[in-house]
Design a protein around this ligand. Structure first.
Ligand code: TRP
Ligand code: ZN
Length: 862
């Protein structure tokens, strides 16, 4: 029965499906309000006994059902709102069902729906049951043949997974296409698209010489904006062959861009479906961040072809098996395409901004949970981002060669299967000969470990003693244990070179923190001067690393540190302390610190402008929440602005130099040019906090030649809203026809505006409750990027977001649940804001919410 309290699903309850479905043939007769789906399944019992056949089906109307050509009487099956049960079935048989569904009313964007008048599907995790009756679980894999019939003039292009077999014109203006997917796959990878598209075509020749036809399908007139995505796709295909030995396995690879999509993109076999925000880009309308996001998401979905599709997940508890590994792969790809250190810093910023708070709050869960309430809510930063960090740690622990061999074994051993984390780790145990069971505790235990490093130097014996203490957070549970954690270290001598010592090599080594306390003593030749310790290099583990270093010790360490990530991180730690000091201690701004940060950035600016920009970047208000509780976003915001003003004052003349340098032309979205524009944007951001810059910025707005600059200037102007009205109006007028840029127009105001202004924006004719990108641009960006507004003590921000949760929930539960997660830090707020949040959440809990939203709400309220 359908119920609105989430039913907990337990990993311990896993049982294999008692039947095998070797082949499935699906026939779609497409119609916006009544689509008919005929399915023919070849079913064979694979278990002892006479288990009934239970199929999932949600919102599908059964029109006809036959076994081996014989219509079934209604007494032979039970139909509930979510299941079809056939109590007695033969051991081998053909089941034929005909159902009808209504895509035009599908606002949840799960299953078969319409976007911009075109048909598309989203089946992960449980959308396929909204299309037809089927055992909708990832361990049931089958070979799909799909026939699509539709009106040819309205839907000239008909796509599904695999390779096209035939197309045929029918009477009455209809046509039909048949697609065969030779690879067995779970239902969540099924896809169908139909409509009128502009198509950008290309081809890729694989390492073994097969030619793959590539095509990206977009809205009329937009094919030119898919060029970058196509370029990314070809580079991803070549990279996966070169780095992981993975070749593509079909004759065609199709991408379809849709405007209405709940997520970034989806890896359906041979037919990836993308949120159009991650396909369309050109210099006028897309920022460098957009180009970069497209590169990583196109690669991510493509890489799923092996890590996710060829080898899929046995059940949804194993989601990190495909997502953690695939994020790791896309991060490596981006690191190879761009600057590795800059990429690593950006990945860590994202992890700390999104995953650390999740792991510290009421929504914390293990990377591989053992229970869940609503599956859509498991697509979290923990599963994706922390999941990727665990793979990165594994690689460090067993070494790159064993890691590569382990993956080879994995692809070899489990190709065509639905696997578990245990299966995956068994491959690396085979490859390395190591027992990895202690490491696997990382998958079971939530919470971010804290590691404290203390060092002492004994000059008489020239020994350095490193003491590593690990404590696990409250969220890790009563049974929590220290987790095996690789800390990449180097010992750096006075002249900046790595020093050798007793236990290693050329000074670089792994220190494993696997107990509450680990002590390591390193001996150096007599007379050695006190060396410096570099630890956690390249952010070698997803932990909070604390060192008891004074400001001056930190500054001298930055000077010798050989790891760029650590140089950046040490500098950020000072910036962070400064902001926290001003916020909670009322301390003055440390001019020496401002000078150092400014100088570090200036030193890097010619060689690596992207790195220089990162040094000038201040931690976001949200990142600072974890450092001090209760957190006061309004005071944090003010302290950030003070520090920006101080940096701007220190850098006045240098900022002018940066902003007066000519823009790189012709525009290219590569890392080199993007870095230059990053630094310009950082400079514009600082200018915003310098008095009397409005005329200057308005001039820059007129002169902007690309979206990165236009957006950066608009944001800078919005720091004082009275200066921005002109530019906002011009921006809107210029981009009124481009929904992706209008999303930016909403998002920029949501990030910087006041609730009253945002309430007016919610009434704007371009605001569309049915479009997730637009809702996220206004409400999501407000709740995650404008914390002073969201957590205003008068409760106006909380009300604003809660109102949208209630309005969105009946049409799109997955989106509403995601908006609701933004309340996860409410218990950490200062008194007034905390009480307001609690009132809002309690009020919400009295309302009738979807399972997705109540699952989040119950966990958040606790
Ligand atoms: N598997 C997709 C990815 O990682 C995620 C995804 C796409 C998704 N659409 C979804 C998850 C809808 C849940 C619901 O790229
Ligand atoms: Zn993914």
């Amino acid at each position: 029965m359908r119920t609105d309290t989430p039913q907990t699903v337990l990993l311990a309850d896993y049982a294999p499906f008692p039947f095998d479905i070797d082949r499935v043939s699906l026939e779609f007769l497409l119609h916006p309000t009544e689509t008919r789906v005929t399915s023919v399944l070849n079913i064979r019992r694979t278990s002892e006994g006479d288990a009934p056949l239970v199929l999932d089906g949600d919102g599908v109307t059964l029109e006809n059902i036959e076994i081996d050509g014989q219509p079934l009487p209604t007494s032979a099956y039970d139909l509930t709102e979510t299941t079809l049960t056939l109590r007695q079935v033969p051991d081998a048989f053909e089941l034929r069902t005909i159902v009808t569904i209504n895509p035009s009313t599908n606002t949840a964007l799960s299953g078969l729906y319409l976007s911009g008048g075109r048909f598309c599907t989203q089946c992960e995790a449980t959308g396929f049951r909204r299309i037809t009756f089927w055992p909708d679980r990832p361990d049931v894999m089958s070979r799909f043949t799909v026939s699509i019939t539709a009106d040819k003039s309205a839907y000239p292009i008909l796509l599904s997974n695999g390779s096209p077999r035939s197309t045929e014109d029918l009477k009455d203006g209809f046509h039909k296409a048949i697609w065969d997917d030779p690879h067995r796959k779970p239902s969540y990878l099924f896809a169908l698209c139909a409509g009128d598209y502009d198509v950008l075509k290309d081809a890729f020749t694989t390492a073994s010489g097969r030619v793959v036809d590539l095509a990206i399908h977009v809205d009329a007139g937009e094919a030119g904006k898919a060029k970058w995505a196509m370029d990314c796709l070809k580079r991803a295909m070549a990279w996966d062959e070169a780095v992981f030995g993975r070749e593509y396995d079909l004759d065609v690879f199709n991408i379809v861009a849709v405007r209405d999509f709940n997520f970034g993109a989806m890896e359906n076999k041979g037919l990836n479906i993308f949120n159009s925000a991650y396909v369309l880009a050109d210099e006028d309308s897309a920022t460098d961040l957009d180009f970069q996001a497209i590169e990583s998401i196109v690669a991510h979905e493509y890489f799923h072809n092996w890590t996710g599709n060829r080898i899929t997940c046995r059940d949804w508890f194993q989601l990190c098996l495909k997502e953690g590994l695939t994020v790791f792969r896309d991060q490596e790809f981006s690191a190879d395409m761009r600057s590795r250190p800059v990429q690593r810093i950006k990945d860590v910023i994202r992890l700390r901004a999104r995953q650390f708070p999740e792991d510290a709050g009421p929504l914390a869960h293990p990377v591989r949970p053992d229970s869940y309430g609503a599956i859509d809510n498991l697509y979290t930063a923990t599963v994706y981002e922390k999941g990727a960090e665990l793979i990165r740690m594994l690689k460090q622990l067993i070494g790159a060669d064993n890691f590569a061999r382990g993956l080879e074994i994995y692809f070899e051993r489990h190709d065509g299967e639905a696997a578990t984390i245990e299966d995956f780790y068994a491959c690396f145990e085979s490859a390395s000969g190591q027992n990895l069971s202690a490491f696997r505790q990382w998958y079971a235990q939530p919470g971010t470990p804290e590691i404290i490093i203390r060092e002492s130097w004994a000059p008489a014996t020239a020994t350095l003693t490193i003491e590593v203490q690990q404590s696990v957070s409250g969220n890790a549970g009563a049974e929590a244990k220290p987790l095996p954690t690789p800390l990449a270290c180097a010992i750096i001598g006075g002249n900046g070179t790595h020093l050798s010592h007793t236990s290693a090599d050329n000074g670089e080594f792994l220190l494993i923190s696997d107990d509450h306390q680990v002590v390591r003593t390193l001996a150096f030749p007599a007379g050695t001067e006190r060396p410096s310790l570099s630890v956690g290099r390249e952010f070698s583990a997803p932990v909070i690393l604390r060192r008891h270093l004074s400001r001056d010790e930190t500054l001298s360490l930055i000077k010798v540190e050989t790891d760029p990530f650590n140089r950046w991180d040490l500098s950020q730690s000072l910036v962070r302390k400064q902001i926290l000091n001003t916020t909670y201690g009322g301390g003055p701004i440390d001019a020496g610190l401002v000078d150092t940060v400014a100088q570090l950035s200036l030193d890097a600016k010619d060689k690596d402008p992207a790195f220089a920009a990162l040094l000038l970047r201040l931690p976001t208000t949200g990142e600072l929440f974890l450092d001090h509780k209760p957190a006061d976003p309004i005071a944090l915001d003010a302290a950030r602005k003070d520090l920006k003003s101080a940096l701007a004052a220190r850098l006045t003349s240098e900022l002018t130099v940066i902003l007066n340098a000519p823009q790189p032309t012709p525009f290219r979205p590569d890392a080199a040019q993007a870095g230059i524009r990053d630094l310009r944007s950082a400079a514009l951001d600082l200018c915003a906090h310098h008095a009397e810059t409005a005329p200057f910025l308005n001039g820059r707005f007129e002169a902007a030649t690309n979206m990165t600059e236009q957006q950066a200037v608009l944001s800078a102007l919005l720091a004082s809203p009275e200066d921005a009205s002109d530019a906002l109006a011009k921006f809107y007028a210029q981009w009124a026809g481009n929904p992706l840029v209008i999303d930016k127009w909403f998002a920029t105001q949501a990030r910087l505006g006041r609730v009253t202004e945002l309430e007016a924006l919610a009434e704007h004719e371009d605001f569309d409750l049915g479009n997730p990108n637009r809702v996220r641009a206004l409400v999501g960006v407000f709740a995650t990027g404008n914390l002073a507004g969201f957590h205003a003590p008068d409760g106006s921000g909380h009300d604003f977001v809660a109102t949208f949760v209630r309005r969105v929930d009946p049409r799109n539960p997955a989106l509403a649940a995601r908006l609701l997660t933004t309340f996860e830090q409410w218990k950490d707020l200062t008194e007034d804001a905390r009480q307001s949040a609690e009132r809002t959440l309690r009020k919400l809990s009295a309302a009738k919410l979807s399972q997705n939203a109540s699952d989040i709400l119950q966990r958040i309220i606790g």
